[in-house]
Design a protein around this ligand. Structure first.
Ligand code: PEP
Ligand code: MG
Length: 582
């Protein structure tokens, strides 16, 4: 067997060596056949039973894995359950069976094709992701109709688990519902043909902490079941049927990687201080209150970004003030006096409440999202501000505003915050009168006006995920341009640097809470540029801390100055790699 490699986008680090396990695509197995009149009712019943089975399976998965599962997955399963209840999937196929006198598999597939066509016509980026969800749900229904046993049985024997550690899942796409079962399994890695850096699959891979590569395009066609493959999650490379030499090299690299992960645990309680005594604050990003457990276990000393929009997703009603208050208070209390930075609602673009709330606009990432949405819906914003203020009495809470682009938005926000405070004072409800108000710098306009924002804000947090998207005009969820999404573009570095300098000038703290903060290859650069606070996914805290412990500020400043002086993007990455060695 000749060896070859396939390139995709690495979304979760590490090296895995194992046998390819191809996840079948049930949609390809559907055939069409006609049914005589007297069998139509039975076929409709068979279809209804399949819907019930899928619903039951999803509910079981949701129920059994609620505690251990990453929060995002439970939300995805709820979306799939909601889709299953929708008439277009649960009722219309029955009419098709009756009218076309066809088998149930064919009817649901026809209906799916119709829905997918509608999505395609709208050409909306977010809807395209939802389209994938519809396909995943239909695949599940078809698998049941075809009588396929569940590919990932929930109960596992120890011997099976042992074998799984050597299995690498190869799929066209992996639905969140399938992926949730990974928690009960111990696959070595997974790779998919589709997906962007911030696709559901990518988010999930990072939270499971196993190597993963997406956007491989034809991996499922090119790789055979049982074939030996190597996954390099850092480089985004899959090596199929490696030679003896390559295999030996990767085995060595894998052992070294695992050893490093174990060694990192030793610095969990060590303070993040450079050799010359500069303290760097390492905070965690969280999505739901339960994430505080992972944040604390990682050694993070506070929450630098609590993405509150997750509380608003996969539901039809907005959470009321009491529900929000309970959530925010529980985070404040869990962190026992450590900083908790609560970001106000950042809904819109790729983050919608539910499929019904999707608004069709040409460029959702440039549309009514985040603070723009909150200012256009003051009563929703008022409710959230009151809930955050009330929770501030129970911990060390700061408020963070997403997507600021003008001072007018900030001033309007301040007025609404004051109005929320007045309403609480009138009701004699306690809150932190001096609660800090910060702003996300994630739109180039805000970075270019960072001094003006620094004057009027208490702190700033750089959202590099969006800052890169808007500076480079690269949709962060689109895998076809993922290779162009480069955090080290000189213009991105310049905007980050301007924001840090503005903070220094006006004595306001500046942090980074985008994915750049968790990339340990960039830690020395960011510290050298003047950052003293970074907020990241809990799984990255220790590798970032290790970089800090080996740093000398004066050297980092000098290195950062040289990197910022470069205008050629090709030279930046090698120079960072060179500096990281020292
Ligand atoms: C960012 O844009 O960098 C950020 C942290 O916010 P989000 O990823 O939630 O848009
Ligand atoms: Mg953002």
């Amino acid at each position: 067997m000749t060896s070859f490699s396939i390139h995709g986008v690495g979304v979760s680090s590490g090296i895995a060596i194992g046998q390819a396990h191809l996840v079948s695509n049930a949609l390809l197995e559907v055939v069409h056949y006609q049914l005589p009149n007297h069998l139509i009712d039975d076929e409709i019943e068979r279809f209804s039973n399949a819907i019930k089975t899928v619903k039951y399976d999803l509910e079981q998965i949701n129920h059994s894995l609620r505690k251990s599962a990453p929060a995002e997955i439970s939300a995805f399963i709820s979306t799939h359950l909601m889709m299953l209840e929708d008439k277009s999937l649960s009722e219309i196929p029955k009419d098709i069976i009756k009218n076309e006198q066809c088998n149930a598999e064919w009817a649901i597939k026809l209906q799916m094709d119709d829905i997918v066509d509608q999505f395609d016509q709208i050409e909306d980026e977010y809807l395209r992701e939802r389209k994938q969800d519809v396909i995943q749900v239909v695949e599940r229904i078809i698998k049941v109709l075809l009588g396929h046993p569940s590919q990932l049985p929930i109960e596992q024997q120890t011997s099976v688990v042992h074998q799984e550690r050597k299995l690498i899942l190869v799929a066209h796409d992996i639905s969140p519902a399938d992926a949730i079962q990974f928690k009960q399994h111990q696959f070595a890695a997974f790779i998919t043909d589709v997906g962007g850096v911030t696709s559901h699959t990518a988010i999930l891979a990072r939270s499971l902490n196993i190597p993963s590569i997406v956007a491989l395009q034809r991996a499922r066609d090119l790789i055979n079941d049982g074939e030996l493959i190597i996954i390099d999650g850092d480089l985004g490379v899959v090596i199929v049927s490696p030679s003896k030499e390559i295999l030996a090299e990767y085995k060595l690299r894998q052992e070294q990687w695992e050893l490093e992960q174990q060694k990192l645990q030793l610095i969990k309680t060590t303070k993040a201080v450079t050799i010359d005594g500069t303290h760097i604050e390492l905070f965690a990003n969280i999505e739901v209150p339960d994430d505080t457990a992972a944040a604390k276990a990682s050694g993070a000393t506070g929450i630098g970004l609590y993405r509150t929009e997750f509380l608003f997703m996969n539901r039809r009603e907005m959470p009321d003030e009491e529900e929000q208050f309970i959530a925010y208070k529980s985070v404040a209390e869990a962190m026992k006096g450590a900083v908790v930075t609560i970001r106000t609602l950042d809904l819109g673009a790729d983050k919608q409440m539910n499929p019904d709330s999707i608004v069709n606009c040409a460029n959702p990432a440039l549309g009514l999202r985040a603070i723009r949405l909150c200012l256009s819906e003051p009563s929703i914003f008022h409710t959230q501000l009151r809930a955050i203020l009330r929770a501030s009495h129970f911990g060390n809470i700061k408020i963070l505003i997403p997507m600021l682009s003008t001072l007018a938005e900030l001033r309007q926000t301040k007025l609404l915050l004051e109005r929320a405070k007045i309403s609480l004072r009138q009701e004699n409800i306690a809150f932190d009168e001096h609660i800090a108000l910060g702003g996300m710098i994630e739109i180039p306009a805000a970075a270019l006006s960072a001094e003006a924002f620094a004057k009027e804000l208490d702190f700033m947090s750089i959202g590099t995920n969006d800052l890169i998207q808007y500076t480079l005009a690269i949709d962060r969820t689109d895998d076809t341009v993922a290779h162009l999404y480069n955090p080290l573009h000189p213009s991105v570095l310049k905007l980050i640097s301007m924001t840090i300098k503005a903070g220094e000038k006006f004595g306001k703290s500046v942090s980074v809470c985008g994915e750049m903060a968790g990339d340990s290859k960039l830690t020395k650069l960011l510290i050298g540029m003047g950052l003293r606070q970074l907020s990241m996914h809990p799984s990255h805290v220790l590798s970032v801390k290790q970089q800090i412990l080996h740093s000398q500020i004066s050297q980092l400043n000098e290195n950062a100055r040289k990197i910022l002086g470069l205008t050629d993007i090709e030279k930046i990455e090698p120079l960072i790699a060179k500096f990281n060695l020292h």
